[in-house]
Design a binder for this molecule. Sequence first.
Ligand code: CAA
Length: 248
Amino acid sequence: MTQKRVVLVTGGMGGLGETICTKMADAGYKVAATYSPGNKTHDDWVAQMKKRGYDVLAVPCDVADYDSCQVCVAKIQADVGPVEILVNNAGITRDMTFKKMDKVNWDAVLRTNLDSVFNMTKPVCDGMVDRGWGRIINVSSVNGSKGAFGQTNYSAAKAGMHGFTKALALEVAKKGVTVNTISPGYIATKMVTAIPQEILNSKILPQIPVGRLGKPEEVAGLIIYLASEEAAFVTGANIAINGGQHMQ
Ligand code: CAA
């Protein structure tokens, strides 16, 4: 039997991350997920996933910290094998108008959402190149393409991810490794339901032609496609999945 390919999903216990993990496992991959070291519910999460039939390797990792990412990838490699598909999904928001934005909230979002992409790609990319096969999928946001009120930090980080994608895609294209960005719009996860209901109803939902929030399963389906053999010719792309909210 051929070995299952190993996929690493950062922020794997979050709203989007958990669905990416379960759908990737359903698609036949061995799934490893990072969780933030401060998260005390990881044992319960792993147990719950087991009950649902998913054997996910959960690894603590501060994605904003370079050394933590090295240690995390080394552990995954030792336990289940080299990471062949990396989904840079971990992200946070610290929404506030620029007037109120301080350095702490700028740095927190840039480090977790953008530095993390460097930190996590670094320890897996050379191995992908050496093996002649790999997939790096960066989960950005519609707000990295169009900007969003209250998100100078988040929009900057999410836009930066796609610059990284395009540059690295060029460097590894001949080596069987693809690098892509996906830019989800407003998806029904905790991050979005935390937006004040009045703002969601009056400012955001009316901008979505499909007329509803996206579903995590819809985003996971796109990731499964990008991880597949059939997607080998898709690289350096930024694929929008936003219900028509922003068309480029
Ligand atoms: N567009 C235009 N105007 C807006 C606006 C918007 N999206 N959001 C708020 N405003 C306006 C308000 O109507 C208000 O106007 P008035 O003064 O004329 O009444 C003014 O801005 C101030 O608004 P608030 O009182 O809400 O100001 P605040 O400082 O308390 O909060 C905020 C500002 C934090 C930005 C808050 O409005 C907010 O949380 N907005 C949502 C931000 C958002 O969309 N975040 C996305 C999170 S989901 C995500 O990031 C996932 C993803 O990738 C898509």
